[in-house]
Design a protein around this ligand. Structure first.
Ligand code: AMP
Ligand code: GLY
Length: 423
């Protein structure tokens, strides 16, 4: 069969790597892809938001399955457009992707269906938000309603910070129209865990757990980023936590979406916080996490196409989802200065060191082929991933492999997975 993956980051490289292993796939395309993806797929120079051209391309091939990796095209309705054109598509339609596309929607859904999350209020009016904030306990969390590249969340320690934050989001529109509405939420503390799942509208199958490191600098200092590294599984995702989430969170979310007439097919990513009072949902995403996919997918034992088709066909109950009994760690190599200002176009050397090594992966996030050279083309450049018998071994392997590649301004965190020492 012929498959098209939409996206061009480390997550899509991990998806393409898994798809290319499927015996059922004889042709894999990726739009727009990147220099690493080009090793396992034919890259097509069409942007992920160029729906007309993506649909034309999918129909002209024609592809048997389209896999949408990124949030923007999902929330914007690419799955709907593909379906209208008769292309089988893995990923939720816009009506369901709103689970990620609107934080106010997801909070209201959780409240209505009694899914554990932080207490909150939604505001369309800046003045009303300010009145509420003045009466609230600090710290408090402010969230722009819409998609904001994972940056639309402000944790405010003082009333002054909260008032400034509300102004930035709602009046100054720092995150654009995402800030037309704002969620004001209770501040929670605890460990964060990312749980990805496959969903076919009614059945949900949970993947192995992972943990992301969102801050730019060691010790969780510095600015929020798209993610500087991950490990999987999370030792903090215990059998007890799993049992709680199965009872109160996972199936309830899938059923709630169906009840609302927003049947969800694809990946639901549960961003959880394990608080003193039990797990709470911090956020939902409607896609694989990045860089969570880079540590979860390499451990998947099933043929990913079988699982994705079961999601599309509503037969996920027939699938026995299996993961290897090992661990993986991903360390992101970023460009010096990320997430603020950084240079691009630096030549990357040593990539060939990953050739032929089954337990090591060099997932490309921001790279580009220029002549014969692969050069940096983004803030997050590579996701160096390694497996190991356990987390400690996987971490040692991943850090060893970070030395195999080099580019000017190469920057990484040195404490990815350090938390496992406390487990
Ligand atoms: P979100 O995009 O909603 O996951 O928020 C981004 C990050 O902000 C999360 O990964 C948490 O670290 C933090 N965060 C979000 N909501 C809360 C909350 N209610 N309490 C504490 N931290 C939060
Ligand atoms: N790593 C967090 C996300 O993909 O949203």
């Amino acid at each position: 069969m012929k498959v098209l993956v939409v996206g061009g980051g480390g997550r899509e490289h991990a998806i393409c790597t898994q798809v290319s292993k499927s015996k059922r796939v004889d042709k894999l395309y990726c739009a727009p892809g990147n220099a690493g993806i080009a090793k396992v797929a034919e890259c097509v120079d069409i942007g992920a938001m160029d729906f007309d051209r993506l649909v034309d391309f999918a129909v002209s091939v024609p592809v048997d399955l389209c896999i949408i990796g990124m949030d923007d095209p999902l929330v914007g309705g690419l799955a709907d457009r593909m379906a209208e054109a008769g292309i089988r598509t893995f990923g939720p339609k816009a009506k369901a992707a709103i689970l990620e596309g609107s934080k106010a929607f997801s909070k209201d859904l959780m409240k209505k269906y009694d899914i554990p999350t932080a207490a909150y209020e939604n505001f369309d009016s800046y003045e009303e938000a300010v009145e509420y904030i003045k009466k609230s306990k600090m710290p408090i969390v402010l969230k722009a309603d819409g998609l904001a590249l994972g940056k639309g969340v402000l944790i405010c320690n003082t009333l002054e910070e909260a008032l400034e934050g509300a102004k930035e989001i709602m009046l100054d529109q720092k995150f654009g129209s995402a800030g037309n509405r704002m969620v004001v939420e209770e501040f929670m503390t605890g460990r964060e865990v990312s749980v990805l799942s496959f969903v076919d509208g009614k059945t949900i199958k949970i993947m192995t757990s992972a943990q992301d490191h969102k801050r730019a600098l060691d010790g969780d200092k510095g600015l929020n980023t798209g993610g500087m590294g991950t490990f999987s599984p999370s030792p903090f995702y215990t059998a007890e936590v799993d049992e709680f989430c199965k009872k109160y969170i996972y199936q309830r979310t899938v059923d709630a979406m169906r009840e609302e007439g927003r049947e969800f097919k694809g990946v639901i990513f549960f961003g959880l916080m394990i608080t003193e009072n039990g797990p709470r949902v911090l956020e939902y995403n409607a896609r694989f996490g990045d860089p969570e996919a880079q540590v979860v997918l390499p451990r998947l034992k099933n043929d990913i196409i079988d699982v994705m088709e079961a999601c599309v066909d509503g037969t996920l109950d027939k699938i026995d989802l299996e993961f290897e009994d090992n661990a993986a760690v991903c360390v992101v190599l970023a460009s010096e200065g990320y997430p603020v200002a950084y240079e691009k176009g630096k030549k990357i050397t040593g990539l060939e060191n990953f050739d032929g090594k089954d337990d090591y992966f060099c997932f490309h996030a921001g790279t580009k082929l220029v002549g014969d050279d692969i050069v940096t083309n983004g803030g997050r450049v590579l996701g160096i991933t390694a497996k190991g018998a356990d987390l400690k071994e996987a971490r040692a392997n991943a850090y060893k492999a970070t030395e195999w590649v080099d580019f000017e301004g190469k920057y990484m965190r040195h404490d990815i997975g350090k938390a496992i020492d406390e487990a």
